[in-house]
Write a protein that binds this ligand. Structure first.
Ligand code: NAG
Ligand code: NAG
Ligand code: NAG
Ligand code: NAG
Ligand code: NAG
Ligand code: CU
Length: 212
């Protein structure tokens, strides 16, 4: 009996040690700013993270602490929302503007810091201020801790994430301002996108690179 109890204590101690060993602090910087892209034959200055659309993919493991320093070099107040993350005791890091924080003003920075505990999967992050999420977004992938399995049969192959989006041929903040003034509905997008790119059937899409 004593041996069984000792064995159990040992197992629990090992488990605690292994989970501590694999918890890491994953730290990134996001620079939000102007970025010129061309879609649908139309060059446009958009707001984007680190000059890419979609923005950078974040990879973490369950149990990690994620730290993201957001430097706002854009002309707009901005926040980043960690879509689908359960914020345990870090509600202020959730990101919706005017709900958990004020927008990060231009030429300022803000650090998001939270633990990713008890959750796994392919999620995403996006701006949560006016309609800037149209161009400020990216994937957030949470893999199981080392030694833990997926909550489903391990897939044979992993592909880069696929992000669906919408594209407007104009500055989305201007559209939003006009929409508020006129009281109308936000217009339909000019294109639907996969990983920031309109499909083959849209104008000027024929020579684009592959989606993934
Ligand atoms: C974004 O850009 C900044 C500044 O150039 C760089 O330090 C940072 O590593 C980049 N972040 C990611 C996630 O690529
Ligand atoms: C960013 O683009 C906006 C137009 O969308 C422009 O008004 C602003 O001056 C630009 N800012 C910088 C730093 O280039
Ligand atoms: C931007 O943020 C500043 C500081 O929080 C605030 O005073 C201002 O009203 C905000 N502007 C908009 C358009 O939300
Ligand atoms: C986040 O994880 C770290 C490291 O395990 C721990 O020290 C900290 O208390 C945790 N924070 C919260 C809010 O749970
Ligand atoms: C949109 O409206 C807000 C609030 O009235 C204003 O602060 C902002 O400068 C406007 N943005 C543009 C791009 O016109
Ligand atoms: Cu969201």
């Amino acid at each position: 009996m004593k041996n069984v109890v000792l064995g159990l204590v040992w197992a629990v101690a090992l488990l605690a040690a292994s989970s501590m060993a694999s918890a890491a602090v994953v730290e990134h910087s996001f620079e939000v700013g102007n970025f010129t892209v061309e879609r649908l034959c139309n060059p446009l200055v958009i707001t984007a993270v680190n000059g890419s659309l979609p923005g950078p993919t974040i990879n973490v493991q369950e149990g990690d602490t994620l730290v993201v320093h957001v430097l706002n070099s854009s002309p707009y107040n901005i926040t980043i929302h960690w879509h689908g993350i359960f914020q345990f005791l870090t509600a202020w890091a959730d990101g919706p503007e005017f709900v958990t924080q004020c927008g990060i003003p231009p030429a300022s920075s803000y650090t998001y810091r939270f633990n990713i505990t008890g959750q796994e999967g392919t999620l995403w992050w996006h701006a949560h201020s006016v309609n800037l999420r149209a161009t400020v977004y990216g994937a957030l992938i949470i893999r199981p801790q080392n030694g833990n399995s997926y909550p489903f049969t391990q897939p044979d192959e992993e592909l880069p994430p696929i992000l669906f989006g919408e594209w407007w041929n104009r500055n989305v903040v201007d559209i939003e301002n006009e929409t508020y003034e006129s009281g109308g509905a936000f217009p339909e997008p000019d294109a639907y996108t996969i990983n920031g790119l309109p499909g083959d059937l849209y104008s000027c899409s024929q020579n684009r690179k592959s989606f993934i």
